[in-house]
Design a protein around this ligand. Structure first.
Ligand code: TEU
Length: 569
């Protein structure tokens, strides 16, 4: 793949499909998805019309966090296949005009990565490749409160692990088996740039960068504010968006040739703001193309609370947040657009209505609203089928380290088990990680063997085979949405304007580019809704480009009905 095949800003009119390899397709009957399995399904993805595959990690890993703990960046884990299998997948994509984006997990490695194994030796030149610190002054190593800072890991407990042998602690913002790399050390940065160039030379078309705004830590490692009733302070508040973040991103851009090679780059940035995103995605600053903000996926929780403290999400709040990002990056930078991924619950269960009468329409309408915003849309595997949460009822059903650690931590702090399980059932990451539902066979066509996580029983109704065969399915609606983006420049580049911001049911906005003006009119509620003619200018004489309810038009909208209009000149 040459830069010819990656014209400038190609990713602005592209749609990205995220694959979680463990759960997409198993080709060797071990119950775990793999790379040859993905390759066997490329024609399905081609039919959907997506332009890019984002692969969650497939690198060598002890799988403490399902691959986000890497022990060799330049090899594929045997669970997923071989480097040759990956080359075949990349070639298969390129033959079909699709590109491949790899997951770059360089805020931390696995504790089984040779770099860290060496770093454990206090005398090793690799000691300063990680964050080693002595116990807090006046405390004996390993004692309560002896951790160098009061930070909490994202997976519960302290973010520091004590190493008896060296008498020091190492930092891990995620699990103990995910020690943070010290990006202050230029040797670390050079090694990562070299590894990225190696993948570019293998033909990959871009990188999704894991928690990339955590790589620059506040040099004095300040303690954080401990919320009431908690032992530790949320670490992200103390480490996110550090003083050298932009310097490190610009250096990476230069050393790897991110725009020279026309690569798609998107940075996952928990705690990122519009202001930060404007700087990071401003092409004049040579950092990244896009960021993943977490603002819109943190609105259904108590403000200042954790994701487990559930809260209602009135539609105007969600509309306002996406509108803020649309206006914030209207003149500089570029937005990413997503409802879910491998860390978030299923979109239709969270933002739609997954009950049988409304699941299909709400899945379609969520797609319409998101894909007609300005930015690059990301479709998470199964979203194009309207796959739902699984709603586990017992902690024994969970496989995700975040869920398992949160459960034991919360229960040990006295929270009622049923309250913890309720929050896990609607917010747990395993909801996104059940096998892809290809058909209604025992393991949903994902595998011939018992999967690592059981398939959602609703595979009998919700599966790709049925969806592809049904022209009115969520699948074909997503296919038409993607087609719309490829055919109408206004979908990619049109100026965004939100209408009726305070309406509790209606989400409506326009996209305007030169002579073309599009209007999206969506009822995002499970009750009928009506709009006043005055509220939606240009509806008279407008033509429906895509609707969820065949043959309907006018001011009345059925539950979860949406229409995309091209407005008359
Ligand atoms: O996620 C970062 C992150 O912020 C999430 O873990 C978040 O804390 C939570 O799961 C969602 O509320 C990235 C990867 O996407 C995730 O899968 C990894 O577990 C994590 O980094 C560590 O690599």
């Amino acid at each position: 793949m040459t830069s010819l095949d990656r014209p400038a800003d190609w990713w602005k009119s592209a749609v990205v499909y995220q694959i979680y390899p463990r759960s997409f397709m198993d080709s060797n009957g071990d119950g775990v998805g793999d790379i040859p399995g993905i390759t066997s399904r490329l024609d399905y993805l081609r039919r959907l019309g997506i332009d890019v595959l984002w692969l969650s990690p497939v690198y060598a890993s002890p799988m403490d966090d399902n691959g986000y703990d890497i022990s060799d960046y330049q090899d594929v884990d045997p669970l997923f296949g071989t480097l040759a299998d990956l080359d075949a997948l990349i070639a298969g994509c390129h033959e079909r005009g699709m590109k491949v984006v790899m997951d770059l997990v360089v805020n931390h490695t696995s504790d089984e990565h040779p770099w860290f194994v060496e770093s454990r030796d206090p005398g090793s030149p690799k000691r300063n490749w990680y964050w080693w610190r002595p116990p807090r002054e006046g405390h004996a190593g390993g004692a309560d409160g002896a951790e160098p800072t009061n930070w909490e890991s994202a997976f519960s407990g302290s973010a520091w692990a004590y190493d008896e042998r060296s008498g020091e602690y190492y930092l891990h913002l995620f699990s103990r088996k995910q020690p943070d790399l010290n990006w202050e050390n230029p040797e670390v940065r050079a090694a990562i740039h070299e590894m990225m160039r190696w993948w570019v030379a293998r033909g990959v078309d871009g990188f999704r960068m894991d928690v990339i705004n955590l790589i620059s830590k506040q040099p004095d490692l300040p303690d954080g504010r401990v919320p009431e009733g908690r032992t530790y302070a949320p670490a992200f508040d103390s480490v996110a968006n550090g003083p050298r973040l932009h310097e490190f991103l610009q250096e990476m851009h230069r050393e790897v040739g991110l725009s020279e090679h026309g690569l798609l780059t998107v940075g996952e940035m928990p705690g990122s703001t519009v202001e930060l995103a404007r700087d990071v995605t401003d092409p004049a600053r040579n950092e990244l193309n896009m960021v993943f903000t977490f603002e819109h996926v943190a609105l259904d929780q108590d403000p200042g609370g954790s994701k487990w403290e559930l809260a209602d999400l009135p539609l105007p709040v969600l509309k306002a947040n996406l509108d803020t990002w649309q206006r914030g990056l209207a003149d500089v930078g570029w937005n990413s657009l997503y409802w879910d991924n491998h860390d978030q619950p299923r979109a239709v269960s969270r933002f739609g209505d997954d009950s049988p009468p409304h699941r299909v329409h709400s899945a379609k309408t969520l797609g319409t609203v998101l894909h007609l915003h300005k930015g690059t849309p990301y479709v998470y595997q199964g979203e194009e089928l309207g796959m739902t949460n699984t709603y586990f009822t017992d902690i024994a059903q969970y496989r995700d380290i975040e869920a398992i650690n949160h459960h034991s931590d919360a229960v040990s702090l006295g929270l009622a088990v049923e309250v913890v399980l309720e929050a896990l059932s609607v917010k747990g990451r395993d909801n996104a990680r059940t096998p892809m539902q290809w058909d209604d066979s025992p393991h949903a066509g994902f595998s011939d063997a018992e999967p690592w996580l059981p398939a959602n029983p609703n595979k009998s109704e919700i599966n790709a085979a049925a969806a592809v065969a049904d022209p009115d399915s969520v699948f074909h609606h997503y296919r038409r949405l993607i087609e719309l983006r490829h055919l109408h420049p206004a979908v990619a580049e049109g100026r965004f304007r939100l209408l009726l911001p305070d309406d509790l049911q209606i989400w409506t906005f326009t996209r305007t580019l030169d002579e073309e003006a599009l209007l999206v009119l969506a009822n995002c509620s499970s009750e009928p809704a009506t709009v006043d003619p005055g509220d939606v200018p240009g509806l008279n004489g407008a033509t429906i480009l895509l609707g969820t309810h065949e043959g309907r038009d006018g001011l009345d909208l059925a539950p979860w009905e949406s229409r995309v209009y091209v407005l008359a000149d």
